[in-house]
Design a protein around this ligand. Structure first.
Ligand SMILES: NC(=O)c1ccc[n+]([C@@H]2O[C@H](COP(=O)([O-])OP(=O)(O)OC[C@H]3O[C@@H](n4cnc5c(N)ncnc54)[C@H](OP(=O)(O)O)[C@@H]3O)[C@@H](O)[C@H]2O)c1
Length: 269
């Protein structure tokens, strides 16, 4: 993080607090200015220790991070722009709010539109971000550092790709939760007691994800490694990978999510 640049965070909910926790752990020189109408205990303790200045008087900041809900953007931008000047680098993690809208709302052209996901709350997320073409290299590097506490960071990507990013990784954790849910229900339908089915499904999703992460192997290689020809896994995959199965369904689902994201951006604009 660049020296003693002032940093203001607008909105310390789940994602904002995760960012703040990471910045503080990385020894970022503070105090970090935080606007949050309903501070939780962790935030209050940071304010008491002097590492955070809670709801300070407005003053332009070198770095501004917007972590309110998208529907709170219009109202919060009136206050947020008091913390921004034309040189301010503003990083937004709000779903669907476009670079042009950010720039207009915050009064700076140095804007970054990022899409994280909920595992970011434990530092295990993935974020992709878009920036205006004319964004300077220092702004890109700073945005990467600001987003790092949420996990892996990719970008800049073309802003036109953000609906697809949202549909894949932004909404993606819910697809995995659904998998754990429906695997448990299917196990129960095969006669397993509910509690056992839930424990088996949960650990299977969790363990398989950890194996994917640690082995560094491609998902299809790991899948093939557990599929003996004519075996039980093969019998299941014949159904899951057949016509109308998982590949078709996910393609359709992700297309629907991306199209919804475009629609939401239009409504907001
Ligand atoms: N959670 C996800 O899965 C996810 C994934 C990707 C991106 N995001 C994006 O991340 C952003 C934050 O999500 P979140 O889950 O952290 O939401 P959240 O927990 O609701 O946090 C937003 C926080 O901002 C506060 N706030 C509202 N208006 C404000 C204002 N004018 N000034 C200062 N603070 C204000 C809210 O306070 P009140 O509670 O009092 O309103 C709340 O504490 C959203 O834009 C979302 O699209 C989230």
């Amino acid at each position: 993080m660049a020296g003693a640049q002032t940093l203001t965070l607008i909105g310390a909910g789940r994602m904002g607090t995760a960012l703040l926790r990471g910045w503080l752990a990385s020894g970022l020189p503070g105090p970090i200015r935080v606007l949050e109408p309903q501070p939780g205990d962790e935030l209050k303790a940071w304010a008491t220790s002097g590492r955070v200045r809670l709801n300070p008087d407005p003053q332009p900041s070198a770095l501004l991070v917007m972590a309110v809900k998208p529907q709170q953007f219009t109202a919060s931008s009136e206050v947020a722009r008091l913390f921004a000047g034309p040189e301010t680098l503003a990083v937004s993690i709000m779903a669907g709010v476009k670079l042009a809208q950010l720039s207009r709302g915050l009064g700076t052209a140095r804007v970054i539109r990022a899409m994280p996901n909920t595992p970011g709350a434990i530092g295990r997320g993935v974020t992709a971000f878009a920036a205006p073409e004319e964004m300077d290299a220092a702004g890109i590097a700073e945005a990467r550092r600001l987003l790092a506490p949420l996990g892996e960071v990719h970008g800049p990507v073309d802003e036109a790709l953000m609906p697809a990013v949202t549909a894949l990784s932004g909404s993606g954790p819910a697809y995995l939760f659904l998998l754990a849910e429906t695997m448990a229900a299917a196990g129960e339908a095969e006669g397993l007691p509910r509690e056992l089915a839930e424990a088996l499904a949960r650990r299977t999703v969790e363990g398989a994800a950890a194996l994917l992460a640690q082995s560094g192997e491609a998902p299809d290689a790991l899948r093939r490694a557990v599929t003996s020809p004519g075996g039980t896994t093969q019998a299941a995959l014949d159904i899951l990978m057949g016509t109308g199965g998982m590949p078709d369904l996910l393609k359709e689902a992700i297309r629907a999510a991306a199209s919804r994201d475009r629609q939401l951006s239009k409504e907001a604009g």
